[in-house]
Write a protein that binds this ligand. Structure first.
Ligand code: 5GP
Ligand code: ZN
Length: 112
């Protein structure tokens, strides 16, 4: 979708540090990291938010991709958090579906 920053990253039109690609999914480092490991996992096709994701298979693939990445980043054993902020109350600021993969420190609960 034109004007979508994550579509532009997926198309290689703006730079990002891509850490993994495959199966219609890419992962790259967050430009404003909130943890020692903070990656964003997105479908390469534009989907605005979790509310708009009609394909449960894609959602499963995104989650499996996050789990694989956690293993590759060696944060799987100590633990990590996967977050999907959705719409304004959920804290979503970029309206292209993405999973945050956070790790490398102890996470707090409840979240802010
Ligand atoms: P949200 O608040 O929508 O859940 O998360 C959006 C995330 O995207 C934020 O953590 C923000 O730092 C990150 N972000 C926004 N624009 C860019 C960008 O152009 N490049 C990268 N690498 N991250 C971005
Ligand atoms: Zn997009």
């Amino acid at each position: 979708m034109s004007g979508c920053v994550f579509c532009k990253i997926a198309a290689g039109e703006i730079p990002a540090t891509i850490v993994k690609k495959g199966n219609g999914i890419i992962a790259f480092t967050d430009m404003n990291p909130q943890a020692p490991t903070h990656l964003l996992i997105i479908p390469t096709i534009h989907i605005g938010s979790l509310n708009d994701a009609k394909d449960p298979g894609l959602l499963g693939n995104l989650l499996a991709f996050a789990r694989e990445l956690a293993k590759e980043q060696k944060i799987d054993a100590r633990g990590y958090r996967v977050v999907v902020n959705t719409n304004p109350d959920g804290g979503q600021t970029v309206f292209h579906l993405h999973l945050h993969l956070l790790g490398g420190r102890v996470m707090n609960w409840p979240p802010g």
